[in-house]
Design a protein around this ligand. Structure first.
Ligand SMILES: O=C(O)CCC(=O)C(=O)O
Ligand SMILES: [Fe+2]
Length: 342
């Protein structure tokens, strides 16, 4: 019998790519975004306009963001700081959004402008009603859940997957997420974590890695799908490996809402995977005017617990799901909307 060892060619830990706007650029982009209407009225025009506005970034920063989106060997997470914010912000909607009374669309412009540098924002009917701008807000009924409504519980290391009738949830899912902060949590303790698969692989022993690279795992569908479509019942994927692809460029996928190992050894490997994520993760406490660019294939993300008060001043992020191409997911495109999928 031969034992396979997976030795990675990557030797240095992956960095958190930091991208900080100069004040003058923040202010000029902010002025331009404040003059733009609600982008959802004509999203393709809005995306084109945001391209023009974000072309005003200094060349080095613009290239850094473009490289983040287009190259295999770049970091899996980018931290963008000193972005413009809305001159005034309504209360954080207690129903999880969207807010009905937002007067300007600077936050939306920041979110979509950054997204447009990585690919195209897309929607899924079972996630936030197919909206392109997702609000990530604690919701009382979902406080304990492994979804973006949660707060009291640690949101396990996962990537964002979508239920798919093909039996794989890691194919038509987004390539990138952009998470942009409108309001921090009251205590400022909610941290977003990102663990890069290249670092995770280095932290694991070869036997665990061999298990994680074997099709011994069933992913549960996203919490929103299980809650809204499946009446609370698990909807498991076909057997899949957690880690796939060449050693230099591993792709990783894990459901926040539960992964089942098909053997006891596979279950133990899942525990080691979560531990390796905790050991290697970058942590970011997002503040207003800050955004995370998350590669949804190169690594897993998580969120630490925090206390929600449901008082209109709770944590409020906006999120996009970004694909570099919609062609390979055209089998599930909605007939009425060219950016929305079943
Ligand atoms: O709240 C966060 O920081 C991350 C939440 C999350 O996993 C998501 O929105 O996909
Ligand atoms: Fe997530």
């Amino acid at each position: 019998m031969t034992t396979t060892t997976f030795q990675t060619a990557v030797s240095a830990p992956q960095t958190l790519g930091l991208i900080e706007l100069p004040d003058a650029v923040r202010d000029s982009i902010g002025r331009e975004l404040a003059a733009e209407p609600d982008p959802t009225r004509d999203i393709d025009r809005a995306m084109a306009r945001y391209h023009q506005i974000f072309a005003g970034l200094p060349l080095e920063l613009l290239q850094q963001i473009l490289d983040f989106g287009r190259h295999n060997d770049t970091p899996g997470v980018g931290y963008v700081r000193n972005l413009p914010v809305d001159p005034e912000l309504p209360l954080t909607p207690s129903n999880g959004g969207p807010a009905a009374d937002k007067k300007t669309y600077v936050a939306e412009g920041v979110l979509l402008g950054l997204s447009g540098l990585l690919g195209e924002p897309v929607g899924f009917l079972t996630e936030k009603n197919g909206n392109l701008v997702h609000d990530v807000i604690p919701v009382e009924g979902g406080a304990m859940s492994q979804t973006n409504q949660g707060s009291v519980v640690f949101l396990n290391f996962h990537n964002d997957i979508v239920h798919d009738a093909i039996g794989r949830y890691d194919v038509s899912n987004p390539d990138f997420l952009v998470l942009s902060c409108l309001r921090a949590d009251h205590e400022g303790v909610a941290a977003t974590h990102y663990a890069d698969a290249r670092d995770i692989v280095r932290a694991l022993d070869s036997r665990t890695l061999e298990l994680l690279r074997s099709p011994l795992f069933l992913l549960n569908a996203p919490g929103s799908y299980v809650r809204d479509v499946a009446g609370g019942q698990e909807v498991l994927s076909d057997p899949v490996a957690m880690i796939n692809g060449p050693e230099q460029f591993p792709e990783i996928s894990a459901s926040a809402n539960g992964v089942r190992g098909m053997t006891t050894a596979a279950e133990a490997a899942l525990d080691r995977l979560q531990a390796a994520c905790r050991e290697t993760a970058h942590q970011v406490y997002l503040r207003p005017g800050e955004a995370l660019l998350i590669n949804n294939r190169k690594g897993l993300h998580a969120r630490t617990p925090f206390t929600a008060r449901y008082d209109g001043a709770d944590r409020w992020l906006q999120r996009t799901y970004v694909r570099r191409s919609q062609w390979s997911i055209r089998y599930r495109q909605d007939a009425d909307n060219r950016r929305v999928h079943y």
